[in-house]
Design a protein around this ligand. Structure first.
Ligand SMILES: [Zn+2]
Length: 296
């Protein structure tokens, strides 16, 4: 697939007509507070729903409004960031993305998924509400085969299907943290926080109520992401290989409690715990003839 200079994904190519955590028993006081806020909000506002993994979520914001904001931010990013021009690279990332989005089910089936491949060396990828995926080509130095790239894309797609941006924005609203909505939706990258979020979030907010929730979302995106990649015919075991490399590179990584992401070790353990189901999905995909050849 050849894309134009702005990385537009044509309607039939990446409109991706999608055919479609875990509550821990050891709750510290912050978690109890979170739970109380969530519960009270749910009772008062009747705004609870379930994520694709069955986790209870508080959804207060208009999904349509977030999608519009996501599209607006995406346009701005495409205008301001250096985009990759090499059609081979764009086709490769789009091929993996198409395969992942094809297996997603539910309301996200109607989203207009778009992709921007950015010419930046940082190992980073993130997603905006409404299915606007941004991938730095720097991530290809780490995700060195299509299965590892699928692990990245699957994770980002999962943030959208699980409505994590809405959840974060809803949380910010009820906790009175004056966080810019753009920072919230931009804060889901592979670095600990994207620059925009880092600048906009105060230290208190970054270390306060938002973080544990975000890490929960990150873990959920991992669980969903490995499912998506396996259903699309990518080898889910490569997600672990990717994170081993990430760990090796990030020897001076930020301590886990400061990060919005689980530590690499936790992440790898959690991904391996998903092998029974993800390998089953993978084997079904293979028997159905689903085995993308994006890097051939
Ligand atoms: Zn993430």
């Amino acid at each position: 697939m050849i894309l134009d200079g702005k990385n537009d994904l044509k309607q039939n190519e990446l409109i991706m007509r999608l055919n479609g955590l875990i509550w821990r028993s050891e709750m510290n006081h912050k978690r109890i507070l979170h739970f109380s806020i969530l519960t009270i909000s749910c009772i008062l506002l009747i705004s609870c729903s379930s994520s694709p993994t069955g986790r209870t979520q508080m959804i207060l914001k208009s999904e349509v409004a977030l999608e519009q904001e996501g599209a607006r931010q995406f346009r701005k990013l495409r205008e301001s960031l250096p985009l990759v021009r090499d059609p081979v690279i764009i086709d490769y990332v789009a091929c993996v993305t198409n395969a992942i989005v094809d297996v997603v089910e539910g309301d996200s089936a109607n989203l207009y998924w778009e992709l921007a491949v950015v010419d930046q060396p940082d190992v980073n990828a993130y997603v905006l509400p409404g299915g606007k995926i941004v991938v730095n080509n720097g991530i290809l130095t780490m995700a060195t085969n299509q299965d590892q790239l699928a692990a990245v894309i699957g994770h980002e797609v999962a943030h959208v299907t699980a409505r994590h941006a809405n959840e974060r924005a809803s949380r910010a609203a009820i906790t009175g943290v004056g966080v810019d909505i753009a920072a919230i939706i931009l804060g889901g990258g592979y670095r600990n926080q994207t620059q925009g979020a880092r600048e906009a979030l105060s230290t208190g907010a970054a270390l306060g109520l938002l973080n544990p929730f975000s890490r929960l979302q990150e873990s959920e995106a991992d669980i969903l992401g490995i499912e998506y990649m396996a259903k699309a015919g990518f080898d889910p075991r490569e997600s672990v290989e990717l994170w081993k490399k990430m760990n090796a590179k990030n020897s001076s990584k930020i301590p886990e409690y400061l990060s919005t992401h689980p530590s690499g070790e936790t992440r790898i353990d959690d991904l391996i715990a998903q092998y029974p189901s993800s390998l089953e999905y993978y084997n079904i995909a293979k028997s159905d003839g689903l085995r993308p050849s994006c890097d051939s």
